[in-house]
Design a protein around this ligand. Structure first.
Ligand SMILES: *[C@@H]1O[C@H](CO)[C@@H](O)[C@H](O)[C@H]1NC(C)=O
Length: 231
C-alpha cells in the first residue's frame, strides 16, 4: 500500500500507531501486582524479579521512605548523588514499568552526560535553579534552566545531564522513569574507563587527542567512586 496516496485520516492513524509502537517500554503486567521477592536466591534469570505469594502482600510493600533522605554528594568528583526507589527497596514496583530517582546536587555539582537505554525520564525540580539538557540524534542541544516546580523530559536513550551552576546552594530534583530497569551509562566512563579499556589509539583517533590526553582522562575517571552514582 502506498502511504502517500492514503487519506489524511488514515495517514494520521498510521502515524499515531507508529508513535505508540515506538514509545512502548516495559511489558504490561499480567497481574494486579507482583511484589518482588528479594529474599529467595534467584536460580534463573528472567526479565523481572520473581514475586512473593500474593496472599502475603502488605501495604508496606508498596511504600518506601528511601527518597526522603538527602544523598551524600561528597562521595564522588561530581558533587552529586542518585537515590533510586526500585524493586529492591520498593518491591511493589516490580512489573509496573517504573523507577523513581532522587538527585541531589551540591553547589556546582553535576550528573555528567549519561543515557538510560530503556527509559524516558521526566524530572521535577524541587530546589533550584538547575540547568538540564539533552542532545538529540542530530546533535542539537536542548537546554533549560529549571526553577523549583518546573519539569523537563529527557527522551529515551538520548544523552543528557543536570548541572547546578549555583556556587552557593544545593539543588534537588525528583525523576520518574518508565522502566523498572532503565539502565544508567555515563558516556565518559563507558568510553574512557571501560574494563578492559578501549585501545588508546581508538580513543586518540575518535577524540583527536594524543596518548597523554587519553592517559590523563583515564586516570581522572578511574578515581571516581561510581558506586554511589550508579546504584
Ligand atoms: C559522605 O561521604 C564522605 C566521603 O565518603 C564521608 O567522609 C562522609 O562521612 C559522608 N557523610 C555522611 C553524612 O554520611
Amino acid at each position: 500500500m502506498d502511504v502517500a496516496k492514503c487519506s489524511p485520516l488514515l495517514q494520521l492513524f498510521l502515524g499515531l500507531a507508529l508513535l505508540l509502537g515506538l514509545s512502548k517500554s516495559d511489558p504490561d503486567p499480567l497481574q494486579d501486582y507482583c511484589i518482588a521477592d528479594n529474599k529467595s536466591p534467584q536460580s534463573f534469570f528472567a526479565d523481572s524479579t520473581p514475586c512473593i505469594d500474593p496472599n502475603q502482600a502488605m501495604a508496606s510493600h508498596f511504600a518506601t521512605s528511601i527518597l526522603s533522605k538527602p544523598g551524600n554528594t561528597s562521595r564522588n568528583l561530581f558533587g552529586s548523588s542518585r537515590t533510586l526507589a526500585n524493586t529492591v527497596n520498593l518491591p511493589g514496583l516490580n512489573t509496573m514499568g517504573l523507577t523513581m530517582a532522587r538527585l541531589d546536587l551540591a553547589a556546582g555539582g553535576i550528573i555528567p552526560p549519561h543515557v538510560h537505554p530503556r527509559a524516558s525520564e521526566v524530572t521535577i525540580c524541587l530546589k533550584g535553579p538547575l540547568t538540564v539538557g539533552f542532545v538529540d540524534t542530530s546533535d542539537r542541544l536542548y537546554m533549560q534552566v529549571l526553577q523549583p516546580g518546573d519539569s523537563f523530559v529527557f527522551p529515551k536513550g538520548l544523552i543528557h545531564f543536570l548541572y547546578n551552576a549555583n556556587s552557593k546552594t544545593s539543588a534537588l530534583t525528583l525523576s520518574g522513569l518508565n522502566s523498572q530497569s532503565p539502565g544508567f551509562q555515563l558516556t565518559s566512563v563507558a568510553t574512557f574507563a571501560s574494563k578492559p579499556g578501549i585501545p588508546d589509539e581508538v580513543l586518540e583517533k575518535a577524540f583527536q587527542i594524543n596518548g597523554q590526553d587519553v592517559k590523563r582522562i583515564r586516570k581522572n575517571l578511574g578515581e571516581v567512586d561510581y558506586a554511589c552514582l550508579c546504584k
